[in-house]
Design a protein around this ligand. Structure first.
Ligand code: AMP
Length: 376
């Protein structure tokens, strides 16, 4: 599936290409069509799943589609619990909206309000805010929420943990009853469900795979390695690591082909699968892998979707995924049905940010293999 399959407009598709996204994440695939249809949404998802784009892209599209707002009232409000998260959401919006005539801004506490007030005076369509500062500015008359058409409550569980419930209720009381609301939380306790019920109207629910349960059974190892040594390291671990069969992930189709070719040249029974291969070739490769006629299958993330191979001993992240959740999906291919799986990850200096995201999501440290012949 591509972003254009999700019926996103050209300016957004262009921005996504520039940002380097090629495939929508699972939550984006589920959420974007529903939001574009005008539905309210209850999304159970953590940070790292791509949830910001899942709500920001369709809202930007809907804002740009409908008549312009001459008076520049706030038409979309995104509420986030912390200043860091508000800034992060805003940064994403700056990039997604770069080819759209939508004006956006961000307000949060802990800094002087002057610049924020100036920004509001110029008029904005979409505002990202933390609750306290939003209410402060509203009470002083610097903003009105009466024209809000889209409301997002992000990380609702964290909002409750931080004691923002009264602020949230005040914000909701200021919003028009007629609006589209999106509610995101990493957990779904009764308290969360009750809060959601006061905000949402006939919501659609979506959830992306919880990450912890399977991951805990899988032994995770990390190799820091310079880019040019990755191929050498791959052969080294295949030879020395008791690998019966390995699923190797690359980020690109070309990368998958190159790795498979090198391994074949060294005598491994290796194949690649990715989006440029015919359906027939993909089925054959996968079949060979399941029947254990292939030792190493090199795959991109989309091609590997749905692959379920019994007793797969190793998943190797030859390149780390950009989206942390993808890591969890990748390594979940081993360690099925309680079997002990092993996941190896190769990390260059350029990939340390991806690694950070993965650790934030899984909360399970990988064991670093410091001594290997291909290290820095
Ligand atoms: P989030 O869960 O919204 O915090 O997103 C996690 C990270 O994934 C961010 O660094 C995003 O820029 C990135 N991201 C979101 N969607 C995609 C996508 N479809 N392809 C690649 N990266 C993405």
């Amino acid at each position: 599936m591509t972003f254009s399959d999700l019926k996103l407009s050209k300016p957004l598709l262009h921005a996504l290409t520039q940002k380097g996204y090629s495939t929508p994440t699972p939550i984006q695939q589920q959420a974007i069509p529903k939001i574009l249809e005008g539905k309210d949404l209850f999304g159970c998802a953590q940070t790292g799943t791509g949830k910001t784009a899942a709500f920001a892209l369709p809202i930007l599209q809907l804002l740009a589609q409908s008549p312009t707002n001459n008076r520049r009232n706030i038409r979309a409000l995104i509420l986030a619990p912390t200043r860091e998260l508000a800034l992060q959401i805003h940064e994403n919006i700056v990039e997604y909206a770069r080819h759209l005539p939508v004006r956006y801004g961000v307000v949060y506490g802990g800094v002087s309000q002057n610049a924020q007030v100036q920004q509001l005076k110029k008029g904005i369509d979409l505002l990202v805010a933390t609750p306290g500062r939003l209410l402060d500015l509203q009470q002083q008359g610097f903003l009105s929420l009466q024209q809000v058409e889209f409301f997002v409550l992000d990380e609702a569980d964290k909002m409750l943990d931080m004691g923002f419930i009264r602020d949230i209720r005040k914000v909701i009381a200021s919003l028009p009853a007629q609006r589209q609301s999106l509610f995101f939380s990493a957990t779904t306790t009764n308290e969360i469900k009750n809060l959601a019920a006061t905000i949402l109207y006939k919501p659609e629910s979506i959830a992306v795979t919880p990450v912890s349960s399977t991951t805990e059974l899988i032994k995770q190892f990390l190799y820091y390695v310079p880019r040019e040594n990755k191929r050498g390291l791959l052969e080294y671990v295949l030879k020395n690591g008791n690998v019966t069969q390995a699923l190797v992930f690359t980020r690109t189709k070309r990368g998958a082909d190159k790795v498979a070719r090198t391994l074949s040249a060294q005598g491994w029974r290796a194949e690649s699968i990715h989006g440029n291969k015919s359906q027939g070739a993909r089925v054959r490769a996968l079949d060979g892998f399941k029947k254990k006629n292939i030792d190493v299958l090199v795959a991109t993330d989309i091609a590997a979707r749905g692959i379920d191979v019994e007793n797969l001993s190793h998943v190797i992240n030859y390149e780390l995924p950009e989206v942390a959740e993808t890591y969890v999906h990748r390594i979940g291919r081993t360690g099925r049905a309680g079997a002990n799986g092993i996941a190896l990850s190769f990390c260059t200096e350029d990939e340390t940010d991806y690694l950070k995201g993965i650790h934030q999501l899984t909360k399970i440290p990988m064991e670093v293999i410091a001594r290997h012949p291909f290290s820095f």
